[in-house]
Write a protein that binds this ligand. Structure first.
Ligand code: UD1
Length: 365
């Protein structure tokens, strides 16, 4: 029997851990898994609603770390997580993604000489201005199992000197969740509630510090949105970080005055998937949404200068547009004029990633 502790902390972690938890539960003789929620995200709409949507059981431990500076948040997770590890004495800790909770739990485990598995290993933006890049590099160097979503990730890891024996190309675990919940999303009523017509609206999300923590950057992006909403209705669920910044920078009236920009609170997984399924295009600075739109064949404009998910650009529907309003508008109008980027689904984004991961863990027991 192998004891596993799996970790979540923020909104995009829940859809990555859910398929793993449900797959590992099929082998009660081999594995016992406990779930730890660090509490990095804590609002109902950033956390609990995802447990409900994704049929996740209540976590076994909730560390309640909340918000704070990077060091404060990372340190609080480490202190709380060390106590869990002392009590549970697991054989393996499973972390996902690239957030502060991922790094903190990988580091705590490595210090106690507990093996770490990283799901979504090897992604690199090559941009240390992004806090996630540090989290990715440190987590990967500490991990014993590196489960990658695409071959480019394998190449990155090998280049950094990580032994090929630890690297497993298993595909994209978020796609397991998307495929599992697609039917449920199709029945969700949010599209009707917002009065939307298929392919007559765009979806917008923004939360990266590089875009939303600086007034000049945020103002520039909104100047592009101002033009774009004259052409197409835009649905914009606001991340709490961005909401705070819009208020702090005195941009609330300006954003609120755009007639065709529909502001909503953060949406649940099922609601957002419902809206993505029939959107004409998506504008985002999120990582996961670049992948989901590629899988769904929905055109995506990424409001960043780079991506750690180049496969979504190389063979998917993603275009990196940068942050200049002129470029955002040019590409968005180009798409609205019918020049939609068509793509293919990357290898092993097939709904069986969790199964492949668990099979590897069984073989290596
Ligand atoms: C974090 C991750 C980021 C991920 C994102 C997904 C890091 C370094 N960043 O960014 O990689 O893409 O989650 O959403 O780990 N807040 C609330 N309620 C909440 C959570 C946050 O109001 O439930 C507000 C707080 O003001 C907080 C701010 O959002 O200070 C930022 O939260 P934080 O967890 O530090 O980072 P995110 O921007 O959410």
């Amino acid at each position: 029997m192998k004891n596993i502790v799996a970790v979540v902390g923020v909104r995009p972690n829940f859809m990555k851990i859910a398929p793993f938890i449900s797959e590992i539960a099929k082998y009660p003789e081999d594995f016992k898994a406990k779930l730890v929620h660090t509490g990095q995200h804590y609002d109902y709409k950033m956390s609990k609603v995802f447990f409900e949507d994704l049929d996740l059981l209540k976590p076994d431990y909730y560390l309640g770390v909340g918000s704070g500076s990077h060091s404060e948040q990372t340190a609080k997770v480490m202190i709380g997580f060390e106590m869990v590890l002392e009590k549970e004495k697991p054989d393996l800790v499973v972390v996902v993604g690239d957030v502060n909770s991922t790094l903190a739990c990988a580091l705590t485990s490595a210090k106690l000489r507990i093996k770490v598995a990283h799901i979504e290993a090897g992604l690199r933006s090559f941009d240390r201005d992004m806090p996630e890049e540090t989290n990715r590099q440190v987590t990967d160097v500490l991990s014993d199992y590196l489960f990658t979503p695409s071959q480019d990730a394998n190449e990155n890891l090998k280049r950094e000197g990580i032994s090929s024996e630890k690297i497993f190309f298993v595909g994209n675990i978020m796609i397991d969740t998307l495929m599992r919940y697609r039917d449920k999303a199709e029945k969700n009523k949010i599209k009707e509630d917002l009065g939307l017509i298929k392919e007559n609206y765009a979806l917008l999300t923004l939360h990266r510090p590089e875009n939303v923590d600086r007034k000049d950057a945020l103002t520039q992006i909104f100047s592009a949105i101002e033009d774009l909403q004259k052409r197409i209705k835009i649905i914009y669920p606001i991340h709490p970080r961005t909401k705070k910044k819009i208020e702090e920078f005195g941009l609330k009236d300006e954003v609120g005055s755009m007639k065709n920009l529909i502001l909503t609170p953060p949406l649940s997984y099922i609601e957002f998937l419902r809206l993505m399924l029939e959107a004409k295009l998506v504008l985002t600075d999120s990582g996961g949404i670049q992948e989901e739109t590629t899988f769904l064949s929905i055109p995506c404009l990424t409001v960043r200068n780079n991506t750690e998910r180049p496969i979504t650009v190389d063979i998917g529907t993603n275009i990196i547009v940068g942050k200049s309003p002129e470029k955002i508008i040019e590409e968005a109008f180009h798409m609205l004029n019918g020049n939609l980027k068509r793509g293919e689904i990357p290898p092993l984004w097939d709904g069986k990633t969790a199964k492949r991961i668990v099979e590897i863990l069984i073989r290596r027991r």
